[in-house]
Design a protein around this ligand. Structure first.
Ligand SMILES: Cc1cc2nc3c(=O)[nH]c(=O)nc-3n(C[C@H](O)[C@H](O)[C@H](O)COP(=O)(O)OP(=O)(O)OC[C@H]3O[C@@H](n4cnc5c(N)ncnc54)[C@H](O)[C@@H]3O)c2cc1C
Length: 443
């Protein structure tokens, strides 16, 4: 879609990467549950398709509607129940707002992804995850949700009272309605000791990989394509009495590092043939051994890198080393030129119907790229085909291509149940955006 404002559609919504933009017919910004219900009612009466635009941190079309976009920036309250160790956030609250409230109360989320700029509701909706095979994706931390459905009703969803809808709607990309509030289980605040180690590629992804993952609370790898090493990041809980080292460098240092990295990425995107050499030049900045101790959210979150696009697939964890070896061979064989580190993370399995980790402990392999055009499209196409061959399931907030038949085959136990529940909960298709239709076409 063009970025030129349409005369009747003056506001353009863009994702973080600036790779997607769209102009919905209307944008609603409710300031209360009643206003939210009224907004959904108005859109439904007009026959408009409704979708929440969270913080716009998805690379997929998950947040897109040409009808009525709901922006929940005015519903961002967070309350903490210290005794019950729970936090309740309104639908528009950002994860970093949740983290702040929890820190003030001496609590923390058990695990986080690499950033906290997203809304909590948006992160849950696409199956956002961190790393650590003893931990589930973030949606598994949810104990209750208030969901406003197509009939305007605000339903209280919990495992006990609405087991089916609760299992389906958490990772439901907003297809069942608007999450007005979400309650997550928390833990007493804790520190993490982080150690980073540079390993030869074959050692990182070999016979010992799963043992490395199992012995750490949070283990993950980065591999910069066209290099022979990988970075292992191990993070483990420690007693909070440990002294903290000095905090990371001031933002100016980060900005400087990002500017240099961004310039290198842009150069590689302009001259793909130079990428292997540039990556080898950049390896010193990517592969740094070190150690630190800090508050959990400060260790789990990392500074925002220069803008990039990403596709990520979850494969059965036991295939990690094999798949990484195959990915490396594919890159060489196809002459792909990749300018950004590939992330390799792990989670336990879960019971959420459309979770990429449904029913199996998973390895998430994320292909990130700065730039675009034929080089990047060809890389994503080859990557997706390879991951599908390993039984991969896509992250719903990242770039993916999958036919309904493929998605059904990825979720043989839950696809039909999800589709049937969707038809019952939203019979008139109020939340049926093109993204939902693409995965679950109306029969
Ligand atoms: C720099 C960066 C780092 C990232 N790191 C990670 C990571 O470490 N791990 C990971 O798994 N992912 C990661 N992601 C992906 C990101 O977490 C997801 O795409 C997430 O869904 C974005 O949340 P959002 O608030 O921006 O929602 P949006 O992208 O705006 O929307 C995502 C989906 O949630 C729905 N939604 C949002 N709010 C509501 C609501 N209140 N009710 C109903 N539906 C709603 C939208 O309709 C849409 O379907 C990263 C993305 C970026 C840009």
């Amino acid at each position: 879609m063009s970025d030129a404002p349409h005369p009747d559609r003056p506001e353009i919504l863009r994702n973080w990467a600036r790779s997607k933009s769209f102009a919905p017919a209307t944008i609603e910004r409710p300031a209360s549950l009643d206003e939210l219900r009224a907004a959904i009612g108005r859109a439904a009466a007009d026959g408009a398709r409704v979708k929440v635009f969270g913080a716009g941190h998805s690379w997929s079309d998950a947040h897109r509607t040409d009808g009525c976009a709901i922006v929940l920036d005015r519903l961002r309250g967070v309350t903490v129940d210290v005794a019950a160790r729970r936090a309740s956030a309104q639908g528009g609250a950002r994860l970093n707002e949740v983290n702040r409230a929890l820190t003030a109360a001496g609590l923390a989320l058990e695990n986080l992804g690499s950033i906290s700029e997203q809304t909590l509701a948006g992160a849950i909706a696409t199956g956002t995850h961190g790393s650590g095979v003893r931990f589930g994706i973030m949606a598994t931390q949810v104990v209750a949700m208030t969901l406003v459905t197509a009939d305007g009703e605000a339903r209280d969803l919990r495992a006990e009272s609405a087991p089916e809808l609760f299992a389906a709607a958490r990772v439901g990309f907003g297809a069942f309605g608007v999450v007005a509030g979400v309650t997550v289980a928390c833990e007493r605040a804790f520190d993490l000791a982080e150690r980073t180690t540079v390993l030869p590629f074959g050692e990182a992804f070999g016979a010992a990989t799963l043992a490395t993952v199992a012995r750490n609370d949070h283990a993950q790898f980065f591999w910069l394509p066209h290099t022979d090493e990988a970075l292992l990041i191990e993070r483990n809980r420690v007693a909070t009495a440990l002294p903290r080292p000095s905090p990371p460098g001031p933002p100016a240092v980060r900005r400087g590092e990002n500017a240099a990295f961004g310039a290198l990425l842009a150069l590689g995107d302009a001259i793909p043939g130079a990428i292997p050499t540039l990556n080898r030049l950049a390896r010193g900045a990517v592969y740094k051994s070190g150690a630190r101790v800090d508050r959990s959210d400060l260790v789990l979150n990392t500074p925002l890198p220069p803008r990039y696009v990403e596709s990520e697939y979850a494969i059965p964890i036991e295939r990690t080393a094999e798949a990484m070896g195959a990915l490396r061979a594919l890159i060489e064989r196809e002459g792909l030129r990749l300018n950004f580190p590939i992330g390799v993370r792990f989670t336990r399995g879960d019971e959420l119907w459309m979770s990429p980790a449904y029913g199996r402990a998973s390895c998430f392999i994320g292909l990130m790229q700065a730039g675009g055009g034929e080089r990047v499209e060809r890389a994503f196409a080859a990557f997706e085909a390879l991951m599908k061959g390993y039984g991969g399931r896509p992250h719903w907030g990242k770039i993916f291509h999958a036919t309904p038949a493929e998605v059904r085959a990825m979720y043989p136990e839950t696809y039909e149940r999800f589709a049937a529940l969707l038809a019952r909960t939203d019979p008139t298709g109020v939340f049926r955006t093109p993204f939902v239709d693409r995965l679950f076409p109306v029969p």
